[in-house]
Design a protein around this ligand. Structure first.
Ligand code: FES
Ligand SMILES: [Fe+2]
Length: 421
């Protein structure tokens, strides 16, 4: 009988070939999946949703991150709190639905009752000496970056989220995400490892061949394609695009909208990238015709042509924020070969459906793009499980950010294995 050699993650990490995809086990092995939950998802800042998902006191969402369920709830004081979804009596799960509204958090088992802030206020039959103040819900670290919610399950979360918040606050502020509402949210299960979902997001090498709808918004020169030096028309088109991009970035910057790229994707726990991307032609938004989908613009914005404020975070999110709406994407690993992609479209809270926007038009590009991406991720997953799979080379011209994702991942797993993080 053939014995499988034990998997040595340390060896796999040390043996990573720079500029290449990971060994197949990183995408298929349940042991590595368990390691990912500990090394990555239990130790870093994880994007879980946006404040408008819990607009009023008592509104909650719950999110599963590996084996942990987290409650995000808006308190009576208007602040958002994050708690482990675990009763302090005998550990029962408090909330079993993934969203709703409650007055208090009441455990279904023996009715211990908690304030939305997590304080225990009622615990029947516990005797005179029981100290309720010692039995509040265990808190989860929570940060809201202009309405985008990040949690960290670690006792001591990475402090470098402060730098990310510092960069992103002035960029996000004009779009006033806290003053939006959820127009639509979709959950898509991708039949692939979460890292394949992320790698796929970090390049547009595949866009021209797979995303006709999304490609209406992007010049191929905006996503890393080098023009063929022998093709004069292509060289001229690339130069024209570069000039227009420079002009628009300078114009946005001059109007107080920080737009230039900031990219710190490796060498730190809280890696991120941001830039105000140009939408091709006179494009305004990610819609079928690249025009705005919502007449009521975000915040107090008046100019529909503000490009695509993109924001990527390691390890699990990306965001596109336009003048008229925002789309957030959160990735949650379910198994070595299954991943949940949650997509949320936000519009101004005063926008009226059917008057200011049509939900189908608002969501059409990313709904179909997500489906196309899910099919590609599934194909990659199938290949990674084959004995014919070998780590393949990333394109140095257009897959640099995929390489940075994989490099960040390897750095963070190595830090975990070394016990330095
Ligand atoms: S387990 Fe929650 S009240 Fe008993
Ligand atoms: Fe894609």
């Amino acid at each position: 009988m053939l014995m499988r050699a034990p998997l040595d993650p340390q060896q796999l990490v040390v043996g990573r070939r720079p500029g290449h995809t990971l060994e197949g086990a990183f995408y298929t092995s349940p042991e590595i999946f368990a390691l990912d939950l500990e090394a990555i998802f239990a130790k870093h800042w994880i994007f879980v949703g946006a404040e408008p998902e819990v607009p009023e006191p008592g509104d909650f969402i719950s999110r599963d991150i590996g084996r942990d369920s987290i409650i995000i709830v808006r308190g009576d004081d208007g602040a958002v709190h994050a708690h482990f979804n675990v009763c302090r009596h005998r550990g029962a799960r408090l909330l079993t639905s993934d969203r709703g509204t409650v007055g208090k958090l009441v455990c279904p088992y023996h009715q211990w009752t908690y304030e939305l802030s997590g304080d225990l206020i009622h615990a029947p039959q516990m005797g005179d000496h029981f100290d309720r103040s010692c039995h509040g819900l265990n808190r989860v670290h929570l940060r809201s970056t202009e309405g985008l919610l990040f949690v960290c399950l670690a006792d001591v979360p990475p402090a470098d989220i402060d730098e990310m918040a510092c960069v992103m606050a002035p960029r996000l502020a004009p779009h006033e995400l806290r003053n939006t509402k959820v127009a639509r949210q979709t959950d898509l299960i991708e039949e692939g490892n979460w890292k394949l979902t992320m790698e796929n997001n970090r390049e547009c090498y595949h866009c021209a061949g797979n995303h006709p709808e999304l490609s209406a918004s992007y010049s191929k020169f905006s996503v890393g394609f080098a023009p063929d030096p022998g093709d004069e028309a292509e060289v001229a088109a690339a130069a024209a695009y570069a000039a227009e991009e420079e002009r628009l970035l300078a114009e946005w910057e001059a109007r107080g909208l920080p737009s230039l790229p900031i990219e710190v994707m490796t060498g730190r726990p809280t890696g991120f990238r941001t830039q105000r991307l140009v939408i091709d032609g006179a494009g305004e938004s990610h819609t079928a015709d690249t025009k705005i989908a919502c007449r009521r613009l975000l915040g107090n914005l008046t100019d529909p042509r503000l490009g695509d404020l993109h924001f990527w975070t390691q390890p699990n999110s990306w965001h596109h924020i336009f003048s008229d709406h925002a789309v957030t994407f959160a990735v949650f690993p379910l198994a070595a070969d299954r991943t949940l992609l949650r997509t949320t479209w936000l519009v101004h809270k005063d926008a009226v459906e059917g008057v200011d926007y049509d939900v189908d038009r608002l969501t059409s590009v990313w709904r179909v793009t997500n489906e196309q991406d899910a099919a590609l991720v599934e194909l990659a997953q199938r290949g990674a499980g084959s004995r014919g799979y070998r780590p393949g080379p990333y394109s140095p011209l257009t897959e640099g950010l995929v390489d940075q994702f994989t490099t960040w991942y390897v750095e963070r797993v190595a830090a975990h294995l070394e016990g330095t993080r």
